[in-house]
Write a protein that binds this ligand. Structure first.
Ligand SMILES: *[C@@H]1O[C@H](CO)[C@@H](O)[C@H](O)[C@H]1NC(C)=O
Ligand SMILES: *[C@@H]1O[C@H](CO)[C@@H](O)[C@H](O)[C@H]1NC(C)=O
Ligand SMILES: *[C@@H]1O[C@H](CO)[C@@H](O)[C@H](O)[C@H]1NC(C)=O
Length: 423
């Protein structure tokens, strides 16, 4: 089963893409069986395609710091493996849209010449050009879940100067070719030992972008952002106070806390866990850096479910014999057979969930209420913004609208800190 590999999120996402086509089957068991069948197929396709395609990172976007006006960001990721094309209205009220992911090839250059991703990019550009959204920035995320080895090679002390220059130049070439506004570096989990090389990489990229901006006589700075993990111990690989000098913002991957293979539990708990929750992760980052405006919370526009689960009382609960997690689009909860389950609200994590003790299916997902609460949290904690993962999973715009109705701007100063940092 592919759903618990190191690269689980990708395989799982792909598995569900195939599976979700089958939801016309009203019988839940049939659906689950299909998923079980799909998973190995997806896994096979995944291993086959990963050499050709790049579908594994997370990007974000930002705007240039401005202390005078409200500079809150509302960002949408857009995946190349999703079902749905981006519609111009989905970009209303967004500040940045970020395509995920552009691959780093084996020869350590950034490339986008895979036919499928290429088409998605031009479709996306079309939507952006038709959107009546002033100042919307379009970005690409470079790297992704499976780019660890490439990033390690690029930042290695043994890497030649030519390798490094070739990589940097390939970023510029992609920016020019698609006329985009910036990039996100998506090295998901840089190892602790790479913290200096990682900082140097970000610094070099900013320097390269700035040189290019001057050469092109471009008025606006190119946007540079990075992806950061949700796990506090993983965040120690980042010299944030240095990195924040070079990046416009950081997309913190708080959209999925539960792909450990030991537990079933909330996908993106806002509260209720002193180590693994959005509140814990952002408190750590803000208290470390004193720069709340630099951090965007990434929120999932999807849910996770497990079958054959055992849930006695609260969750997270031990995984035991449960199978999953499988990713599931939120809209499916409005369809049979899913719509016949009663949806509960978890006070602790502030998320919707379903526990069906007869079929032993457990699901955890965002809904309009949970996303509104997360948006209000972003406002009340004076964070930089909110990032949706991803627009193609919310093709009716219901979840996106729940986020967009929350006014993020306040009278707070840009870097007012809303956490008690001394405990
Ligand atoms: C979203 O955009 C529309 C028009 O572009 C505007 O009227 C509305 O006030 C915006 N909503 C928010 C919450 O900013
Ligand atoms: C967080 O990271 C540490 C160190 O890498 C690891 O031991 C731990 O299992 C991680 N926790 C989660 C929930 O991913
Ligand atoms: C489901 O769980 C039970 C125990 O709770 C276990 O005996 C059984 O093997 C599991 N089934 C599958 C398909 O994993």
């Amino acid at each position: 089963m592919p759903n618990e590999t190191t690269y689980g999120p990708n395989n799982r996402r792909f598995a569900n893409r195939l599976c979700s086509q089958k939801t016309i089957y009203t019988n839940f068991i049939v659906f689950v069986l299909i998923c079980v069948v799909c998973a190995p197929v997806a896994y096979f396709l995944t291993s086959m395609l990963t050499d050709l395609l790049d579908w594994e990172s997370l990007p974000s976007k930002s705007i240039t710091d401005s202390t005078a006006i409200c500079a809150k960001r509302v960002v949408g990721y857009f995946t190349f493996w999703g079902f749905f094309d981006l519609q111009p209205w989905q970009l209303n009220n967004l500040t940045h849209v970020i395509f995920i992911f552009v691959r780093i090839e084996k020869d350590l250059v950034v490339k986008t010449d895979q036919t499928y991703a290429e088409t998605k990019i031009w479709d996306m550009k079309k939507a952006v050009s038709e959107a009546k959204q002033n100042g919307l920035k379009m970005m690409f995320a470079i790297g992704g879940y499976q780019a660890d080895s490439e990033f390690r090679q690029i930042t290695s002390l043994r890497a030649s100067k030519e390798t490094r220059t070739k990589f940097l130049n390939s970023i510029i070439a992609v920016i020019d070719h698609y006329e985009i506004d910036g990039i996100e570096i998506s090295w998901m989990w840089p190892p602790y030992i790479s913290r200096v090389p990682y900082l140097m990489l970000i610094r070099d990229i900013r320097e390269h972008l700035e040189k290019h901006r001057i050469a092109k006589k471009r008025a606006d700075d190119y946007v540079l952002s990075i992806t950061a993990p949700r796990n506090i111990s993983d965040l120690k690989s980042f010299y944030f106070n240095e990195i924040l000098k070079y990046v416009d913002f950081v997309n913190v991957l708080t959209d999925e806390y539960q792909y450990s293979n030991k537990l079933i539990g909330p996908i993106s708990p806002l509260l209720g866990n002193p180590e693994l929750s959005l509140d814990a992760t952002t408190k750590y980052l803000v208290c470390q850096t004193k720069r709340p405006s630099k951090f965007n919370l990434v929120v999932p526009l999807f849910g996770l479910f497990w079958t054959n689960a055992t849930l006695n009382e609260a969750f997270p609960a031990p995984k035991l014999n449960a199978q999953g997690p499988y990713e599931m689009a939120w809209r499916l909860w409005k369809r049979e057979p899913w719509s016949s389950y009663s949806v509960s609200w978890d006070e602790k994590s502030r998320l919707a969930f379903v526990w069906d003790s007869s079929s032993r299916m457990f699901a955890t997902f965002e809904n309009e209420r949970s996303l509104r609460e997360k948006s209000i949290y972003v406002r009340d904690k004076n964070l930089g913004g909110i990032t949706m993962n991803s627009l193609d999973k919310d093709e009716e715009g219901t979840l996106g609208n729940a986020i967009k109705t929350v006014e993020l701007c306040t009278d707070d100063e840009l870097e007012d800190i809303k956490y008690k940092c001394d405990n």
